[in-house]
Write a protein that binds this ligand. Sequence first.
Ligand code: HEC
Length: 153
Amino acid sequence: MTKITKTEEPSLMKYTLMLAMAGLLSTSLLQNTDAAEPDGREVFTRNCSVCHTINPPPKTAPPIGPVAGRYRQKFSTKAEGVAYMVNFIKAPSKEKSVVDTDAIDRFGLMPPMPGLDEKELTAVAGWIWDQPWGGRGQGGGQGKKGQGNGDCQ
Ligand code: HEC
């Protein structure tokens, strides 16, 4: 009797450990996809990329890179910039706009995005804020890069 429990114990422990690890793994996977926090990039792709490209050339709205650069120039903290951007996306107006009024003349005012909740808006806004722009951040350049900067701000 004692022999059996002794031999069983280690394998049982291993099994439990494996289960625990599998559990951990799947919870963290879940968190990364839909459950808790919406993914900003995904929200962007689904709701914003019809009009916004990330880098120039633009479609029917200013590309997100220069917009992000603008926000980082104007607001000193990410929290402030993101809060402002969320507010703008809910109810865009010319007065609130941070991009040059040229952009509004060129593209028109952005329509409000009623289908998104606060979490999704905060997620996209945070993701936009993090998009590299402004020379140093640009990295892996393509041929047309030099022309980009003044273009859409
Ligand atoms: C139907 C086209 C369209 C869609 C969809 C759209 N936008 Fe825009 N967006 C615009 C246009 C046009 C502008 C430029 C004029 C302006 O600032 O309102 C703009 C400007 C912006 C700006 C700059 C705001 C400022 O300070 O002037 C941000 C930030 C932005 N969009 C974020 C988003 C996000 C995030 C989404 C998706 C949730 C989105 N947009 C979806 C057309 C669109």
